[in-house]
Design a binder for this molecule. Structure first.
Ligand SMILES: [Zn+2]
Ligand SMILES: [Zn+2]
Length: 98
């Protein structure tokens, strides 16, 4: 899944309603409200830059309760992970979702 980020470049924006000049100092996903009239409409808005942010692929194992199939010890995995830890009780590498 890719997320799209829209960013307006920094620079001067002139309010379309009251003519107030608003300086945008850093690239922003949203133009600020005009300090004078509170609107968000500006003249000659440049094309915003669109970048696609790729989200990390999902991990193999979800967070939750796991059980060692060798000794029955239960373990809570608090974050999703690609690799399950070994059993804290018998050291076997045989954790399964409980
Ligand atoms: Zn304005
Ligand atoms: Zn075990």
């Amino acid at each position: 899944m890719a997320e799209k980020i829209t960013e307006y470049p920094p620079g001067r924006y002139d309010c379309d309603a009251c003519g107030e000049a608003v300086m945008l100092t850093i690239a922003s996903s949203e133009l600020p409200e005009c300090p004078r009239c509170g609107r968000r409409k500006y003249k000659d808005i440049p094309e915003p830059k669109v970048t696609e942010k790729k989200s990390a692929p999902p991990k193999k194992f979800k967070a939750g309760m796991y059980m060692c199939t060798a000794c029955g010890e239960q373990m809570i995995i608090s974050e999703e992970t690609d690799e399950l830890p070994v059993c804290t009780h018998c050291n076997a590498d045989q954790m399964k979702p409980a």
